[in-house]
Design a protein around this ligand. Structure first.
Ligand SMILES: [Zn+2]
Ligand SMILES: [Zn+2]
Ligand SMILES: [Zn+2]
Ligand SMILES: [Zn+2]
Length: 410
């Protein structure tokens, strides 16, 4: 069946109740390869080390306990170091061991002498957990990159704790309207400019100015809406008024923060000031439904509710279960991203799209943040064009660490 949209195939995915080990055994019996459960031509008949689980010394010979790729843990075997051709995994093993020991050492005496002959069980346990986490995060990273439809890559990294991928999170590229809500994605108007930079283009028709300069940077004040060219416009993909619709261009990394803020997002490349970084997407629900969900959610869940009160307060975006990378962007009272309302195909002012733009140059490696309570622009609060593009409902202590921190997320 031809899929109507990128999201359609998921409807046919059902969770498998059989364990990974059983599936791998079945494949081996039938001599079938299946990349997604780790059985490849290479390891169907041969053995490939997936990770190392333990270490011991017997009669001056060093051994490692090996988990074989595509084989259940019950078939793990001890192999002498001289048989192993996996320098990276050996390196990983030793760095995991050291990071565990350095954490435990604080306050504890030197490890007992016999530890040179074998590892304390707690260390081996940690190393295995870390190896499994790495595999799970890699799988999740692959999933995110398969799902996303924009240019920038998504990376996942946790060097802080043993947290794995979120259990109940589904990647989407655009708003997912709840049953009963229709988002009209057929523009009713398009421009016929020969040059959208000079002409009486879509924004002018909507009563605002073109949002971008020639360097694809946003030049309008926060609180002013963006009207981009759409499928009805005569211009092509190179039109200077098509930015948000092209999606995230930067490679970003979902990483575990070390200051107790859970997951966060950092950029892996430099981002110019005033540039489009990402869209905020989620389920579109009525504000009544949002009230109900807000009661059920804990603080964490509530922070994913984003009211679309640009011109009415009918709808809310809930990114708790369905979202993109923006789901993981943390709040800051001194943020480097700013929220704007965007209209492209859908011109319904009750349902703006939410785009995040950089407020300044962001260096590679810097965490991305936005103000969950951003209200258009602070200085313009009495201005008539100061629509609040969106705000999140939160009553949580803020850990952003900014000098100007308000202490609470609202
Ligand atoms: Zn135009
Ligand atoms: Zn155009
Ligand atoms: Zn246009
Ligand atoms: Zn703060």
């Amino acid at each position: 069946m031809a899929a109507a949209g990128a999201e359609a195939p998921r409807a046919w995915c059902v969770p498998c109740l059989v364990s990974l080990d059983t599936l791998q055994e079945l494949c081996r019996k039938e001599k079938l390869t299946c990349k997604s459960i780790g059985i490849t031509k290479r390891n169907l008949n041969n053995y490939e080390v997936e990770y190392l689980c333990d270490y011991k010394v017997v009669k001056d010979v060093e051994y490692y306990l090996v988990k074989w790729k595509g084989w259940p843990e019950s078939t793990n075997t001890w192999e002498p170091l001289s048989n192993l051709r996996c320098p990276q995994l050996l390196q990983q093993f030793s760095s995991d061991k050291n990071s565990f020991l350095s954490r435990v050492k604080k306050g504890k005496a030197v490890t007992p002498k016999n530890s040179r002959k074998s590892l304390p069980p707690a260390v081996a346990e940690y190393i295995v957990k870390k190896a499994k986490q790495r595999i799970a995060l890699q799988r999740w990273q692959d999933y995110l990159n398969r799902r996303k439809n924009h240019k920038g890559m998504i990376f996942v990294e946790n060097t802080v704790d043993l947290e794995g991928p979120p259990l109940d999170f589904y990647y989407i590229n655009e708003y997912r309207p709840a049953p009963g809500i229709t988002i009209n994605n057929e523009a009713t108007f398009g421009c016929s400019c020969t040059d959208c930079f000079m002409g009486k283009c879509c924004p002018v028709e909507a009563g605002v100015v073109l949002a971008y300069n020639k360097n694809q940077q946003i030049k309008i004040k926060p609180g002013t809406p963006i009207y981009e060219c759409n499928s009805r416009c005569r211009c092509g993909p190179d039109c200077p008024n098509r930015i948000v619709q092209k999606g995230t261009q930067y490679s970003l990394c979902i990483f575990r923060t070390s200051n107790g803020c859970g997951w966060g997002v950092k950029t892996l490349v430099k981002i110019k000031r005033m540039s489009f970084v990402m869209e905020y997407v989620g389920e579109v629900i009525t504000s009544e439904e949002a009230e109900k969900r807000g009661q059920l959610y804990d603080n964490q869940g509530i922070t994913y509710l984003f009211d679309l009160d640009y011109e009415s307060d009918e709808f809310t975006v809930d990114a708790a279960r369905y979202g993109n990378v923006s789901h993981f962007v943390n709040h800051s009272c001194d943020p480097n991203l700013q929220v704007f309302s965007v209209f492209i195909e859908n011109l319904d002012t009750r349902l703006p799209r939410i785009a995040l733009f950089s407020t300044r140059t962001i260096k590679a490696g810097e965490e991305l943040t936005f103000d969950y309570q951003m209200k258009g622009c602070g200085e313009l609060s009495s201005d008539s064009v100061d629509h609040s593009p969106a705000k999140k409902r939160v009553r949580t202590e803020c850990k952003c660490g900014a000098e100007t921190c308000r202490g609470y997320l609202n």
